[in-house]
Design a protein around this ligand. Sequence first.
Ligand code: DC
Length: 221
Amino acid sequence: MGFVVAIDGPAGSGKGTITKIIAEKRNLVSIDTGAMYRCVALDCLENKVEPTDIEGIEKILKDIDIKLENKNGVQKVFLNGKDVSEEIRTPKVDDVVAKYAAIKQVRDKVTPIQRKMGETQNIIMEGRDIGTVVFPNADVKIFLDCSLEERANRRYKQDIENGMNVTYEEVLESIIERNKLETEREIAPFVKAEDAIVVDTTHLSIEEVVNEILKIIDTFK
Ligand code: DC
């Protein structure tokens, strides 16, 4: 087993950005598990398989091929051989991914792939259930917290920068809805692991969060 840092946190907590910086600074392979659920959702969307169609989802899972590649610190995501790194971040996937991620068959497929990634390399893995389900014995567990309003604020600014036509209220509402699905689902709900260290990012800059987490990691290494 390699050295494993688990980072769990909600959408908009800055998890992705922070994980990539820390990976580079401590020579860890960064793994974005949300990207894998996004691939499942995209494959289902493309094949018109609804989240209620469990048989259809099982068929998709049987043949699905998800690959995460890290090249010079840039993560590329391949779904069935095609580079979908950008497509999986579009609103059409944002809107439905939590529904597919709540399905047992989907998690049963994806979780073992994630565990395998920690067997042979030193990793920092980010998601919702890394410290609770995927790696309950991780060397370091961080739980990134952030207020709903600040998360909506960050996402709203990002969307506007990307030229999207949204209001703050719409973004806030969608974050509240996604959060509800993720925390209230039966399988692997998004909750803090008992032994995770909480870092609240609401009033911190990215640099401040990175420094705080580096300090924590270095005490365990
Ligand atoms: O982190 P993200 O927004 O890219 O995650 C996409 C979706 O996948 C989101 O609905 C939460 C879900 N997810 C999950 O259930 N478990 C994980 N380990 C990672 C993400």
